[in-house]
Write a protein that binds this ligand. Structure first.
Ligand code: 13P
Ligand code: SF4
Length: 365
């Protein structure tokens, strides 16, 4: 069913939010000496097996600059009893060489609930680190750069959600996980791109409010009989793709396979052979092993799959997420050395947000 309505801050009557106080660190950790960061035969030997994983996408001339960081980070993880959870959009040296677990937002959230280590370093964006903290509050959750935001998460506040409730009393509200803890605390259930339809279908009644991604809302609306009321948010990376651009790739090679993330606009999804979350896209390439494929999503993901499948040719319309790209090896090292930047959430907000995230995680799909 087409979208029933689409609202933004102006239509909802939003008052601009007051700036929030900076988070304060909750625990004190012993200082550790800064490691040597030089390329030595010992570093080369200790990281040789990791270079094997990325040699298809990282030239040999660049490895001596990365390897000392890779070794130091892996040593520090042991020292700090830490694990690294990394999103599929992280660069190949992070994804393949220092991460303990990689995945899409749903997989990372599920993994966060299982972490036994004392510290989680989230290599992704701020809402992902908040989700880990919400789901596993006794852990110290660090993000190497707290400015790693998301245009979707920034498009809506908790006050906006309260206004939507007043306007549509009794209508269930679904929030994409790409939202702040404050927004998650106000909604009924969360979803990710891999379970959005199942979450919407699990709710009572014939109407749902789906926020904040208008394009994911449209994609879900095209597959359900429910009426979907959407919010005007968009991903600044995926909204840049166009159907025209994809038709050009097809004209150049009618055999090319095109797979898209559901945060893309509808004319892009209409051109795609497959649409799914980042993990579903990776699995599609593994399963179909196409000769040539366009991955219509953030650019680093093609590098990560290329490292695993060097004989697949990736056509790269390279849209980078500036927030994901704030996470780098030097910042991960700094994060583990100085135990910053720690995610701290108001306990009352975290408790309410946990309800919505756990409802999603516990949904069978
Ligand atoms: P996935 O859950 O599909 O990994 O998407 C997260 C995201 O931020 C996409 O832009
Ligand atoms: Fe947010 Fe888009 Fe970046 Fe994903 S790619 S984190 S949705 S801005």
């Amino acid at each position: 069913m087409p979208l029933a309505d689409i609202l933004g801050p102006v239509e909802s009557g939003r008052v601009p939010p007051a700036p929030s106080a900076p988070a304060v660190s909750a625990r004190v950790y012993r200082p550790l000496p800064a490691p040597e960061l030089t390329w030595t035969p010992a570093v080369e030997a200790a990281t040789a097996h990791l270079y094997e994983r990325v040699k298809a996408v990282i030239p040999p001339v660049e490895w001596p600059f990365m390897a000392p960081y890779v070794k130091a980070i892996n040593d520090l993880k042991t020292e700090r009893n830490a694990v690294i959870l990394a999103h599929n959009y992280q660069t190949p040296e992070i994804y393949n060489c220092v991460a303990d677990f990689v995945g899409d937002s749903l997989q990372l959230a599920r993994e966060a609930t299982k972490v036994n280590a004392e510290v989680i370093v989230q290599c992704g964006v701020h809402f992902m680190a908040e989700t880990s903290k919400i789901l596993n509050p006794s852990k110290t959750v660090l993000i190497p750069d707290s400015r790693a935001g998301c245009s979707l998460a920034e498009s809506i506040t908790g006050a906006d959600v309260r206004l939507l409730r007043q306007r549509y009393p009794g209508v269930p509200i679904v929030a994409y996980v790409n939202t702040s803890a404050e927004v998650k605390a106000e909604v009924d259930i969360c979803c990710t791109s891999s379970n959005a339809l199942a979450v919407v279908e699990s709710l009572p009644g014939d109407t749902v409010i789906f926020l904040p991604d208008q394009y994911l809302a449209k994609y879900v609306a095209s597959q359900t009989a429910k009426k979907v009321i959407a919010w005007k948010g968009a991903c600044e990376v995926h909204e840049r793709f166009t159907g025209d651009e994809l038709r050009m790739y097809r004209e150049a090679d009618p055999e090319v396979q095109i797979i898209a993330h559901p945060e893309c606009p509808p004319d892009v999804i209409a051109e795609a052979d497959f649409t799914g979350s980042t993990a579903h896209m990776i699995n599609w390439v593994r399963d179909h092993h196409p000769k040539r494929v366009v991955m219509v999503t953030e650019c680093s993901m093609a590098d990560n799959v290329q490292a695993e499948l060097p004989d697949v040719e990736f056509v790269r319309p390279c849209n980078l997420c500036p927030h994901m790209k704030r996470i780098t090896l030097p910042k991960i090292l700094d994060s583990l050395l100085h135990m910053r930047e720690e995610i701290v959430i108001d306990p009352a907000i975290a408790a309410r947000a946990r309800r919505s995230v756990e409802r999603m995680v516990n949904l069978k799909n």
